[in-house]
Design a protein around this ligand. Structure first.
Ligand SMILES: Cc1ncc(COP(=O)(O)O)c(C=O)c1O
Length: 414
């Protein structure tokens, strides 16, 4: 037997092992100042492309005022207790009603965090007789929800409808034996690579097989669809989504999330989702702030139009300059480059220190060894000047990466 902490201290995990080199810079960086296209990092102004404030609501004066007004009345404590017990208000109900209406569902239920809510919703929706079929590239909250499942689960190749169908067939065989049902789970937008989930094709499969469809639309909500109601609206299949999920952490520039669906399913979640039954409810200040944000998403289409103007300029500019941005068909803009982790560190350091451009960096083990993704999130607060400046900076760092400059610098960094 060993002391549990001996292992923990000796092996900090695949990311934790880089803590000494990375902490405060590549991970846990402190971006300071008002949330916008230009923020401060290590005392210097940087052009910021790493914040999911798609519509620029985070620092919008109307949003700041709504939050401040609500906080002045309620503080952050009210209501105390879980929704079921003493944490319920008419404003929680109103926000649920408005979220449901916005995404064309009968009802909605709020959760405090998207991550925990998703884990808990999956846990609530299935029993050991049911089978889950899910995309291999789904967000950790889905993976972790599936981990709680006591029954069978099958994973299908990313956005591969043939692989999905094969696995649904396997699920049908099991569900026929157990008497259970099938839950298929996809993201609306895959947040790392920016591809939309194949919701239309999955919806078409529902005509052949009897399954229910859960969609995590964290990145689609507010950014896609004619009204901003998300990927289901964009692909014309919102009605085929049985349980729709969106977080307030991105376009809504807040905190919290919701599930929407028909009345019975939502009521079931209210009475069975453990993350809400056994935890304090979303503070009223956040709820009132979310009502304001939702109203702005509904009534200010110019925010989404500006977001897409910037997105199109950035993505077209990168492609025209020979960058590989994969198959993104959303605002999420990954730039694929090749190199090892030390090279990636040297490159990002150059980008931040000498070009004043701050974006997220994704490396192994999140993606395969040798691949580097610089992930850009355009927002409505960016300008076309920002786009041009970034493309110039990217052209410079690509040249240095390819000529081996970062190999030498990177070797001194680890
Ligand atoms: C696809 C996806 N699902 C769920 C979540 C979790 O949402 P939250 O930040 O509200 O916990 C995120 C990240 O925020 C996400 O990107």
């Amino acid at each position: 037997m060993t002391d549990l902490f001996d292992r923990i201290i000796g092996d900090k995990g695949p990311l934790g092992k880089w803590a000494k080199q990375a902490e405060g810079y590549y991970v846990f960086p402190k971006l300071e100042g008002n949330i916008s296209n230009r923020m401060e990092f290590n005392g210097k102004k940087v052009l910021t492309w790493s914040i999911n404030d798609y519509l620029g609501l985070a620092n919008h004066p109307e949003v700041i005022k709504a939050d401040a007004d609500a906080a002045a009345i309620h503080g952050m404590a009210y209501p105390m207790g879980a929704r079921m017990m003493s944490g319920h208000t008419k404003f929680h109900e109103q926000l649920e009603k408005e979220c449901a209406e916005f995404v064309s569902k009968e009802a909605a239920y709020l959760v405090n965090f998207g991550y925990q809510g998703m884990v808990s919703a999956i846990d609530a929706l299935v029993t050991k007789n049911d089978v889950i079929v899910y995309d291999i590239d789904t967000h950790a909250c889905i993976i972790d929800g599936v981990r709680l499942h006591a029954g069978k689960r099958f994973v299908y190749k990313h956005n591969d409808v043939e692989s999905l169908e094969k696995n649904v067939k396997r699920a049908v065989k099991i569900a026929d034996k157990t008497g259970g049902g099938i839950l298929v789970i996809s993201e609306g937008v895959f947040g790392m690579r920016g591809e939309q989930g194949k919701l239309k094709e999955i919806a078409a499969l529902k005509k052949k097989y009897n399954f229910r469809f859960l969609v995590d639309d964290a990145h689609g909500f507010g950014t896609l669809g004619a009204t901003g109601a998300g990927t289901g609206e964009e692909q014309g299949v919102q009605d085929d989504i049985d349980v729709y999920f969106a977080t307030f952490a991105k376009s809504m520039a807040g905190i919290g999330a919701f599930f929407a669906g028909n009345k019975d399913v939502v009521q079931y979640l209210q009475y069975n989702m453990r993350s809400q039954m056994f935890a304090k409810s979303l503070p009223l200040t956040m709820v009132k702030g979310a009502l304001k944000r939702l109203d702005m998403i509904r009534t200010m289409p110019e925010l989404k139009a500006k977001l897409w103007e910037n997105t199109n300029a950035l993505q077209n500019g990168l492609k025209d300059n020979g960058f590989d941005i994969g198959k993104t068909n959303t605002c999420v803009t990954p730039v694929y480059l090749h190199g090892d982790i030390p090279e990636a560190m040297a490159m990002v350091n150059d980008l931040r220190e000498n070009h004043g451009v701050f974006c997220s960096i994704v490396v192994y083990p999140v993606i395969p060894k040798g691949l580097i993704i610089l992930r850009l999130i355009p927002t409505a607060t960016h300008t076309l000047e920002d786009v041009n400046e970034t493309i110039t900076a990217f052209s410079d760092i690509r040249e240095k990466l390819q000529s081996g400059v970062y190999k030498k610098i990177g070797a001194t960094m680890v």
